[in-house]
Design a protein around this ligand. Structure first.
Ligand SMILES: N[C@@H](CCC(=O)N[C@@H](CS)C(=O)NCC(=O)O)C(=O)O
Length: 218
């Protein structure tokens, strides 16, 4: 299976993460997302006309949309990561997968504006992101007092993996995770899973933070 991948994309990272947790080998094709915008070039638009990553190619099958790819990997190699059979768990898993798109827009958007200088209203994105984090905190707190650790059921599922990257990277968009103890415990539980892999922060790769001494040197 080939994953068209950008090392700093949370949507790609969640697939690398699940593949690692499930011990599924992925052949990574590094895409020059930034600054090259290779995902908008003819070759990748032919695979995904939406012009975004991730893209998974498995033989003749081309899959886009990270939630669909998570479901595909889990169905093939880790069915216990998918809610199956129980109508309530199936619905809740879908709800969290949809919620992950809100996190992507708000927290992911704030991160792109803050760290890669994309266009966008940083304050509005941060405020939407904080609203989503408060919802997640309340849900995880409720799960904890009922004895649960993860979003759905007793085990981690693709719902957790779909939401985790944007939350863990929220500080890249200047959003602190200090006010959310249940979220931090949930992240710790996910980080403790065998096969867990981290993702680098944008600043560590592109070193885009302005040099505080640049003016003094000019
Ligand atoms: N709904 C898509 C969204 C994926 C997405 O937003 N990917 C980003 C990278 S993290 C992207 O390719 N954005 C295109 C761009 O910003 O030009 C999914 O979950 O796969």
């Amino acid at each position: 299976m080939i994953l068209y991948d950008y090392i700093l994309s949370p949507s790609c990272y969640k697939l690398r993460l699940l593949a690692s947790l499930l011990d599924v080998p992925l052949e990574l094709r590094a895409v020059d997302f930034h600054p090259g915008r290779e995902h908008k070039g003819a070759a990748l638009l032919a695979l995904n006309p939406a012009g975004c990553l991730p893209i998974l190619v498995d033989g003749d099958l081309v899959l886009t949309e990270s939630a669909a790819i998570l479901a595909y990997l889990a169905a093939q190699s880790g069915p216990n990561w998918l809610a199956d059979g129980d109508p309530q768990a199936i619905a809740l898993q879908q709800q969290w997968l949809s919620f992950s798109h809100r996190l992507a827009e708000a927290l992911g958007g704030a991160r792109l504006v803050e760290m890669l200088h994309f266009d966008g209203d940083l304050e509005a994105l941060q405020s939407d992101g904080i609203a989503a984090l408060r919802e997640l905190e309340a849900a995880l707190f409720t799960r904890r007092i009922a004895g649960g650790t993860f979003l759905v059921g007793d085990m981690p599922s693709i719902a957790d993996i779909a939401c985790f990257p944007y939350v863990a990277l929220a500080p890249d968009g200047s959003i602190s995770l200090d006010p959310y103890p249940s979220i931090r415990l949930w992240m710790r539980a996910l980080r403790s899973l065998p096969g867990f892999i981290e993702m680098p922060g944008i600043h560590r790769l592109h070193e885009l933070a302005p040099d505080p001494f640049a003016k003094d040197l000019s």
